[in-house]
Design a protein around this ligand. Structure first.
Ligand code: DAU
Length: 351
């Protein structure tokens, strides 16, 4: 298979490339990535080392209007799109870039796939498009209404709808995956788990938004990649597939678990002001992909967390390099100033 992966230098995309090259010895991958802040500077070299004969990197943006003629030449069998702005907090500060990449970029890539020979197109989306669940709600199914609350989630929901409309209007072979919160090695330290691990290792406080009782549904990144692969190989065109390991847990429970694994005190936990429009709970029902495509997660939360923590312990240089970047510092200072107000009174929840 000749695959075009868009956004392959990001966290999930890079794991997918590694998984795919290792699983299919005859596969060839072209990785299209414009290297935003979320791509570690060492990632292109890391991926190139996996198998230089079956992998190539093209530094381009999915919004590039010239992509059409370029893709036509290469005759790809399929496109998998990971390219996106993904951090909710950043979407609150800078929604424009989310609309540009997540909506306009996807629209362009869909047109590229059509003009490149109606190439099979897997679009990687998120559970955030369903919005927030109440504690007693059943987990979201593929037919649940879209009800996004952040600019990030709204941009992903818009792209999902454009992709589905393209499938209906142009008979384009488009498939959508919606997954829960990923964790694992190489995740950019702005997301909860890597931020928490990096802060704790530096004996810095760990910011917990609001009361810390928001629920997220966790999945090990390679299990997510296996799910995308199942959809790519066996999924039905025009369909949406939820991917989840049914790993719902409140943030504060996960945070304490990680601190325990690191041997760090819970006193590092610092309750801060809440994220605006913070979704209280996500939970996905993944019966469809399990029954129709035979996928299931293989890595337990305990096992995945241990692998992840060990990786961050052994790769201190990797996360220090991106944490020290000017862009990251600028963003953090702005975010702290605008949204995060220290709130010492919440500390009793910490006990
Ligand atoms: O659900 C899938 C989504 O998960 C993906 O589509 C998004 O790209 C990804 O960013 C993630 O969104 P979340 O907002 O759930 O992830 P984040 O790591 O930012 O936050 C996880 C939870 O932890 C959330 O309830 C906010 C909270 N949090 C986060 C940070 C960064 C804190 O309490 N403190 C923090 O410093």
């Amino acid at each position: 298979m000749k695959l075009l992966v868009a956004g392959g230098c990001g966290f999930i995309g890079s794991h997918f490339i590694e998984y795919f090259l290792k699983t299919y010895p005859k596969a060839h991958i072209t990785n299209l990535d414009c290297l935003t802040y979320a791509a570690h500077p060492d990632m292109p070299a890391h991926l190139a080392r996996l198998d230089p004969n079956r992998y190539c990197f093209v530094p381009k943006d999915i919004s590039d209007p010239m992509l059409k003629s370029w893709v036509k030449e290469f005759k790809f069998d399929a496109i998998v799109n990971f390219a996106a702005e993904t951090h909710v907090d950043r979407s609150i500060l800078d929604p424009d870039s989310f609309v540009r990449t997540n909506v306009m970029g996807v629209q362009n890539l869909l047109a590229v796939a059509r003009e490149g020979g109606n190439i099979r197109f897997v679009h990687v989306s998120t559970d955030e498009v369903y919005g927030s669940l109440k504690p007693t709600d059943a987990p979201s199914v593929e037919a649940s209404a879209l009800d996004p609350n952040s600019p990030y989630a709204a941009s992903k929901a818009a792209a999902d709808l454009i992709a589905l409309a393209s499938s209906r209007t142009y008979k384009q072979p488009v498939l959508i995956t919606r997954c829960t919160n990923n964790y694992g090695p190489y995740q950019f330290p702005e997301k909860l788990l890597p931020l928490l691990i990096a802060n704790a290792l530096e004996n810095k406080s760990v910011p917990v938004y609001g009361d810390g009782l928001q629920v997220r549904d966790w999945i090990y990144v390679v299990d997510h990649c296996r799910g995308i692969d199942a959809v790519l190989q066996k999924g039905k065109s025009g369909e949406v597939y939820n991917i989840s390991a049914c790993g719902e847990a409140p943030n504060i429970t996960v945070i304490k678990k990680v601190l325990d694994l690191l041997g760090k005190p819970h006193s590092l936990i610092s309750f801060v002001g809440d994220r605006p429009a913070h979704d209280r709970r996500y939970g996905l029902d993944s019966t469809k992909i399990r029954t129709e495509l035979g996928w299931k997660p293989l890595v337990s939360f305990e096992e995945g967390l241990k692998t992840t923590v060990d990786w961050y312990l052994q790769n201190v240089e990797w996360w220090k390099k991106v944490r020290g970047s000017d862009y990251q510092k600028y963003y953090q200072a702005n975010y702290d100033q605008k949204f995060v107000v220290k709130n010492a009174n919440k500390s009793e929840v910490n006990s």
